[in-house]
Design a binder for this molecule. Structure first.
Ligand code: CP
Length: 316
């Protein structure tokens, strides 16, 4: 079994390119297992994993939980509203409390960038970042890479437009550097107010015009405006934003390469960054991304915790 050298997965850069490819390879096997009637494997039997989601989540939380169950790990869900966090307990004290319970892995989502490092310092457990503030979301990136590789047959050499509120997006924070590592060409496409402070630090080029960039793109990766992280809109109105940066039927028919794919990490704001017609198009892979999420997270946890046997044997 190919392991992962880093104890924690907090930034996508914690993985080497070879490790990313091994996750994608194992995820393909887990994806096949997830189509079977019996989807459960014994590989992480006896391991304990805490899902510490201190910010809302539908996809990440449920896919980690499903992945843990399918690998036979024991899992515990921890949320802010039903915990001592509401009584003012700090993240550090929470981490030390769980460390005393001898758990193996924590999946953490938190509104503050860098909070997974606080857990990593305080605990013996492996830490996986399930999205921290506007910093990174590395397992989202792995499932995105998996989806791109499945659809296009490769990642290297592709031009990927990341379109929208990149400044507040942890998804973009890990996707852009990952694409660069894998030999693709990421372009941040957004108005100046939604561009990252230092796009070169993400390994990305910059464009302010979706219409100019679209004919070159192999992958159109749309982001929602992160209203919860900004003080109001950084564009004049959602209607104007949709007119200039929204992916719609006209742009798909007239400007996009016919074989380009359309992706979105969710949740989507229909009619803003993407129209219902685009979501329904066969080139829109939004639900393929969700499907890949369970398999990719199974592969990451399996490789980090050193699951029993190799995946191919377990899959027989
Ligand atoms: N893509 C993503 O992180 O979605 P959730 O917020 O639903 O987990």
């Amino acid at each position: 079994m190919a392991g992962i050298a880093s104890k924690h997965l907090i930034r996508i850069e914690d993985l080497t390119v070879d490790e990313i490819y091994s996750v994608l390879e194992n995820a393909a096997t887990f994806k096949e297992i997830n189509t079977r009637t019996i989807k459960k494997l014994p590989t992480l039997r006896g391991r304990t994993i805490i899902n510490m989601f201190l910010e809302p989540s539908t996809r990440t939380r449920s896919s980690f939980e499903l992945a843990e169950k399918r690998l036979s790990a024991d899992s515990l869900n921890f949320s802010a509203s039903s915990s001592a966090t509401v009584k003012g307990e700090s993240l550090l004290d929470t981490a030390e409390t769980f460390d005393a319970m001898k758990i193996d892995m924590v999946i953490v989502r938190h509104r503050y960038g860098g909070s997974p490092w606080i857990l990593a310092e305080a605990m013996d457990a492996h830490i996986i970042n399930g999205g921290d503030g506007i910093h990174q979301h590395p397992t989202q990136t792995l499932l995105d890479l998996f989806t791109i590789q499945e659809a296009k047959g490769r990642i290297a050499g592709l031009t990927v437009g990341i379109v929208g509120d990149i400044y507040h997006s942890r998804v973009a924070g890990s996707l852009a550097p990952a694409l660069k590592m894998m030999g693709a060409r990421p372009i941040c496409i957004a108005p100046p107010s939604y561009q990252p402070d230092v796009p070169e630090a993400l390994g990305a080029e910059v464009s302010h015009s979706l219409d100019e960039a679209l004919p070159d793109l192999d992958v159109v990766y749309l982001l929602r405006i992160q209203g919860e992280r900004a003080q109001g809109l950084s564009v004049p109105s959602l209607r104007e934003y949709a007119t200039v940066y929204g992916m719609n039927q006209w742009r798909m028919d007239n400007l996009m390469k016919p074989d380009a794919i359309i992706m979105h990490p969710g949740p989507m704001n229909r009619g803003v960054e993407i129209t219902p017609e685009v979501i329904a198009d066969s080139r829109s892979l939004v639900l393929d991304q969700v499907n890949a999420g369970v398999a990719v997270r199974m592969a990451v946890m399996y490789q980090m915790l050193g699951g029993e046997g190799d995946v191919a044997t377990a899959a027989r």
